[in-house]
Ligand binder design. Structure first.
Ligand code: HEM
Length: 181
């Protein structure tokens, strides 16, 4: 997983829970982190480190792991808006944007960062206000995906209803049915 994801995560933890919680979180799992918990935006780290950090944060704050990962997805989307404005040019509809993630955004990300480990999305725009988006990945980040979708809705000022159903025969796959309400 790219270092930028980790630095955005630690920034969010510091903003939302304070510097002490951040130190405690890293200190709590440091010995199990291959990186030792020192992340740089240009590095790459095993995605299991993210899983360990979030579990530790959940323990410390009493929050649910899924709730924290979703919160991070929403935060991350806001950061993508700032870091990569070019992907938002000429798009004013949340579902139109989500449809560009696979073929355009992640496609460009793969070119820029060959070490990136990205999911695959299969999209089916059933109607102007209805998108079915299948998330395929070997990594367990469907909840991050839900947070990113919610962040996208916020950015475009859309009210979304999101239904989820796990994909058969895939440990991490998820089918999101996203409807504008
Ligand atoms: C401007 C918008 C976006 C940019 C620039 C972007 C870029 C990235 C980058 C850099 C990563 C990290 C890859 C790695 O760590 O190796 C990533 C991962 C990911 N992205 Fe995006 N992304 C965007 C929008 C979205 C949206 C809207 C979704 C969901 C619908 C999404 C779903 C994911 C997921 C779930 C991962 C985690 C990796 C995995 O599950 O396999 N992304 N993306």
């Amino acid at each position: 997983m790219l270092g930028v994801v980790f630095t955005e995560f630690t920034d969010m933890v510091e903003q939302a829970f304070g510097a002490e919680t951040l130190d405690e979180m890293i200190g709590g799992v440091e010995s199990r982190l291959e990186s030792g918990g020192a992340y740089t935006a240009v590095g790459t780290y095993h995605h299991n480190e993210m899983v360990l950090l979030v579990s530790q944060l959940a323990k410390q704050t009493g929050r649910d792991i899924d709730e924290l990962v979703e919160l991070f997805g929403q935060h991350l989307f806001g950061r993508f808006v700032v870091r990569y404005p070019v992907f938002f040019e000429g798009i004013d509809h949340a579902l139109d944007f989500l449809e560009t993630v696979e073929g355009h955004i992640h496609f460009e990300v793969r070119k820029l960062y060959p070490a990136a480990e990205l999911p695959t999305f299969v999209c089916d725009r059933k109607a102007p206000q209805l998108l079915v988006m299948e998330y395929h990945s070997t990594r367990p980040f469907a909840t991050l995906c839900r947070g990113l979708i919610k962040g996208c809705a916020q950015h475009f000022g859309a009210q979304l209803e999101i239904d989820e159903s796990p994909l058969a025969d895939e440990a991490s796959g998820m089918c999101f049915t996203i409807r504008i309400i």
